[in-house]
Design a protein around this ligand. Structure first.
Ligand code: PMP
Length: 428
């Protein structure tokens, strides 16, 4: 066992067995440049946060300008222009009907806020509800509340006694979607469900599993029918990833609560927002002190991060970002076409700019050998890809070129050889 000398403890890293983390000296466009000059193609947008490309100049400039006049400011009893303008812009851009914006600083906290908003709402209207419905294979972050509403497994096992219980509904596999809807109906009928928490259209860390917008529309309908709040976790799917600004748009629905982070600042700085309908905010208005929303974090509404988010929104409005997203989606479809029908892959799919391929390996778990072996193989080709078990997914920034994608998919085409996969089985 090798014990690293440096004091840093990295996330999702087995320090005893994995290679020492590579030092990144610079980032530009779709690339990470290491201290020894390697240019590594960031095919997963540095954990899905970078949208336009690393270090977009307009966002960098806005950050520099903001630091000339502001740093962190207490956000109770005080406010500032970047946050005020950002909230207005988000209400304008989000699905219609979302009227209030609570700012925090990570995807996980945006989900924690959503859970508190939902549970608080029912308490405030005098009809408390305690249960939360969730979708099988969901992932919503690594804080305890967010973990509670995510899939249970190796990520959560160590903390299991601390997590609260939820009601999972099955993932809506194509052809078995009715079972999902029936399960939600049954859970809602019990009458104690405050909210359904889902990632719209694509379940990210749970294996880039995709489902149809029509299913999301049906989930919305059932929630409405039972007065259950629909929480859309758009932390990964927001800001164009699935082809529209927010994934909910494809289903033509407005959730009651929407979580966004990652691409909110173009991936430049940590920031998150939880948007909700007016009724949820209104239920917290009362001279009764108990109805104050008891949640904050020191860096809530960080002005520099808000300025970065405003600059990101300006990029969306002033540059042809929507066209880039459409173009990237088309290029992804062309590249994955060659893998359809290849029996060494059991699944090939795409939603918007996100593509995923399932390798036919017998041990497909997240901790299976396939993941680290493939990661090392891609890195040797200067490509950053981190398969989720046997699922290779490509989720690049929107500035990626056709030639970059060719490089990525030429490497993906070699992946079955790397693991000696032949037509649905690993060779002995
Ligand atoms: N929700 C979803 C759908 C996510 O993909 C993630 C992060 N991958 C989170 C929540 C948590 O976000 P963060 O890592 O910023 O806390």
């Amino acid at each position: 066992m090798t014990v690293p000398k440096a004091p840093l403890w990295h996330p999702f890293t087995q320090h005893a067995t994995e290679p020492v983390p590579l030092p990144v000296a610079r980032t530009e466009g779709a690339f990470l440049v290491t201290e020894d000059g390697r240019r590594i193609l960031d095919a997963i947008s540095s954990w899905w946060v970078i949208t336009h490309g690393h270090r977009h100049p307009a966002i960098a400039a806005a950050i520099r300008a903001a630091t000339e006049r502001l740093d962190q400011v207490i956000f109770a009893g005080f406010t500032h222009e970047p946050a005020e303008r950002l909230a207005e812009a988000l209400v304008r851009l989000a699905p219609p009907g979302l009227a209030r914006v609570f700012l925090s600083d990570s995807g996980s906290t945006s989900v924690e806020v959503a859970l508190k908003m939902a549970l608080g709402y029912f308490r405030n209207i005098g009809a408390p509800r305690r249960r939360i419905a969730v979708m099988e294979h969901g992932y919503h972050g690594d804080t305890i509340g967010a973990m509670s509403v995510g899939a249970r497994g190796i990520f959560t096992a160590a903390y299991e006694p601390l997590l609260f219980s939820v009601d999972p509904i099955p993932f809506p596999e194509e052809g078995r979607e009715q079972a999902t809807l029936d399960a939600l109906e049954a859970v809602c009928r019990e009458g104690d469900t405050a909210a359904l928490v889902v990632e719209p259209l694509v379940l990210g860390a749970g294996g880039m599993r995709t489902y149809r917008p029509a299913v999301l529309a049906e989930l919305r309908r059932i929630c409405t029918c039972h007065g259950v709040l629909l929480v859309a976790d758009e932390v990964m799917t927001g800001w164009g990833r699935t082809g529209t600004l927010f994934a909910c748009e494809a289903a033509g629905i407005t959730p009651d609560i929407l979580c966004t982070s990652k691409g909110l600042t173009g991936g430049f700085l940590p920031l998150a927002a939880t948007l909700c309908r007016e009724e949820i905010f209104a239920a917290h208005l009362s001279s009764d002190r108990g109805r104050t929303f008891f949640h904050s974090s020191s860096f809530t509404a960080n002005p520099i991060a808000c300025a970065a988010a405003l600059a990101n929104i300006a990029v969306w409005e002033q540059e042809p970002v929507a066209e880039r997203v459409t173009h990237l989606a088309r290029m992804q479809e062309e590249r994955i076409a060659r893998f359809r029908g290849d029996r060494r892959f059991t699944g090939v799919r795409r939603t918007g700019t996100i593509a995923a391929l399932d390798l036919a390996v017998p041990d497909a778990g997240y901790l299976a050998e396939a993941g680290p072996r493939l990661r090392a193989f891609f890195l040797a080709r200067n490509i950053l890809l981190r398969p989720l078990g046997n699922v290779i997914y490509v989720l690049p920034p929107y500035c990626v070129t056709g030639a970059d994608l060719d490089r990525i998919y030429d490497a993906v085409a070699e992946a079955p050889e790397v693991l000696a996969v032949r037509s649905g089985a690993v060779a002995a």
